[in-house]
Design a protein around this ligand. Structure first.
Ligand SMILES: O=C(O)CCC(=O)C(=O)O
Ligand SMILES: [Fe+2]
Length: 346
């Protein structure tokens, strides 16, 4: 990455990070150890519900993902990104296959100060070949030669966070007054993927962002961050940005756009972004828990009534996902696709 900042990275003044961001009164931390008891404690369900309503974000501790799996994948990420761009470029993502290494992603048409490596949990995932076409395409992981065993390390970690994601899906369903397994059916042929994020130190952290402000498009996200910090979440109530304080071995959970639609806006996906700094590189690993490509997403019947009619028209997840991915790849002159484009006006 160039040392002088390229204008492609420069955020419009209103989106540049402010130097003082509140660390106090941030997103709630929830202890998941009551999950070991049956039935699931109603206090825990209520805590998850309150966090989803107020923030759309929370951290979890005692989540059951073995720490060794996380250590191993963090070490692999460090080794992989430590190589030359030429080496990393051997597993570069392209338009035909969105998996692998990538260092020129745009969020809302501004370039992010980061490099990433994307992979899927299973060996193959089916997505639409083109937007609004019946043809499908199989995508497969691209694994680098170095570090050795990276595919096994990444897959073992993925299976661990996937289990956690299913537990969270159940808690979220219960917190909406639904049966615990109500949302599971959407996730039987997942398009979930994981991303290794590396944010190098940035000479102009006041002008650029590691990831520009955005909402996650899928079901929910299970994120591991290191001890550097930089993730900022916008709170609905006051519109301010709050920095998420790193808690060792915890996970940061956020509900994505699909939960917003399924719940008919009882929960909303929150805007977030990543600030960078000039001194320390930062690593993070999100797991994006996404449904099967053919899922038709619409407010759940149980979440709507005559007084509370559906706020969204049904849409196809595969098309939405594919359109969003294309916009990360290319710089567009228009706003990229967002769920508000499916909103039914009041
Ligand atoms: O690095 C982080 O803390 C968050 C990254 C993120 O929001 C994303 O990749 O969608
Ligand atoms: Fe995100």
């Amino acid at each position: 990455m160039a040392c002088e900042v390229d204008t492609a990275f420069i955020q419009a003044p209103e989106h540049r990070p402010k130097p003082h961001i509140s660390e106090a009164g941030g997103i709630p931390t929830i202890d998941l150890s009551p999950l070991n008891n049956h039935p699931i404690s109603t206090d825990l369900v209520a805590e998850v519900g309150a966090a989803c309503r107020e923030w759309g974000f929370f951290q979890v501790v005692n989540h059951g993902v073995p720490a060794e799996l996380r250590r191993a994948v963090e070490a692999a990420a460090r080794e992989f990104f430590g190589q030359s761009v030429e080496e990393k470029g051997k597993v570069r993502r392209d338009e035909a296959n969105p998996l692998g290494y990538y260092d020129t992603e745009n969020t809302k048409n501004v370039r992010d100060w980061k490099e990433v490596f994307d992979f899927i949990v299973k060996d193959v995932v089916v997505i639409p070949a083109e937007v609004e076409s019946d043809e499908v395409q199989e995508i497969r992981n691209r694994w680098p030669e170095y570090p050795p065993g990276m595919s096994d390390t990444c897959k073992a970690y993925a299976r661990g966070v996937e289990k956690l994601a299913f537990k969270l899906l159940e808690l979220i369903a219960l917190s909406l007054g639904l049966s615990g397994d109500r949302l599971n059916g959407f996730f039987s042929n997942q398009t979930s993927f994981l991303r290794l994020n590396h944010y190098p130190p940035c000479p102009t952290p006041h002008l650029a962002l590691g990831v520009g402000r955005h909402k996650d498009a899928g079901g929910l996200t299970v994120l591991a961050q290191d001890d550097v910090g930089g993730l900022d979440v916008k709170k609905k109530a006051d519109g301010e940005w709050y920095r998420v304080k790193p808690i060792p071995d915890s996970y940061i959970i956020n509900v994505g756009d699909l939960v917003q639609v399924w719940s008919n806006e009882r929960y909303e996906s929150a805007e977030h972004r990543v600030s960078v700094n000039s001194k320390r590189e930062r690593f993070s690993i999100p797991f994006f828990f996404n449904p099967a490509h053919y899922t038709i997403v619409a407010p759940l019947e149980e979440m709507t009534s005559e007084e509370n009619p559906p706020k969204y028209k049904p849409f196809n997840w595969g098309d939405f996902f594919k359109t969003r991915k294309n916009s990360n790849f290319k710089k567009l002159d228009v706003e990229n696709l967002q769920i508000h484009h499916f909103k039914i006006s009041d």
